[in-house]
Ligand binder design. Structure first.
Ligand SMILES: Cc1cc2nc3c(=O)[nH]c(=O)nc-3n(C[C@H](O)[C@H](O)[C@H](O)COP(=O)(O)O)c2cc1C
Length: 151
């Protein structure tokens, strides 16, 4: 399976690494590949075609506001949106996992819901910051099911 993520201050990267470790331990038959969009952009590479199913991971960065009538403008994470928007990439996304901070109230994980609406795939789950052990377990098992390993 493939995880595609963007991470500005390292929380999402750390969470994805914990998911990979959990899956390697609990479901060793599963091979997980990761794609760090920030590294891709830094390396000056074009957005690739994602022709296999993948799960996207998106932290929330909004420009001010309250998430209701103002402040739903995404900042810093637009490279992930552009990668998903490229060609048929959106159709291979099984869903998105949003992250953020509940102090942002109505803006908590808002961008993941915006992607879900724009690209028509589900928000699989949301968690705060680096995620707790319970978040890792719940989300890893959910993704395992979404990939069809248990059905
Ligand atoms: C400038 C800024 C704006 C943020 N805006 C939101 C927000 O609107 N909603 C939210 O849930 N979290 C918000 N956060 C919290 C981040 O989504 C959270 O810290 C996340 O874990 C960062 O992931 P990363 O370390 O992978 O970049 C914001 C954080 C920063 C620094």
């Amino acid at each position: 399976m493939k995880f595609v993520y963007i991470s500005l201050s390292g929380n999402t990267k750390a969470f994805v690494e914990k998911l990979v470790d959990y899956l390697a331990f609990k479901h060793p038959e599963v091979f997980v590949e990761t794609l760090d969009v920030k590294e891709l952009v830094k390396g000056g590479q074009d957005y690739p075609d994602l022709d296999q199913p993948y799960v996207a991971f998106l932290p929330t960065y909004l420009e001010g506001g309250n998430g209701v009538d103002t402040g739903d403008q995404e900042i810093l994470t637009g490279d992930l949106r552009q990668l998903i928007a490229k060609g048929d990439n959106a159709s291979n996304c099984l869903g998105i996992v949003g992250s953020g901070n509940r102090n942002f109230n109505n803006q908590f994980c808002l961008t993941a819901y915006q992607y879900s609406k724009q690209f028509n795939f589900p928000v699989l789950d949301v968690y705060e910051m680096r995620g707790l052990t319970a978040d890792v377990e719940r989300i890893a098992e959910k993704i395992y099911q979404v990939y069809g390993f248990e059905n």
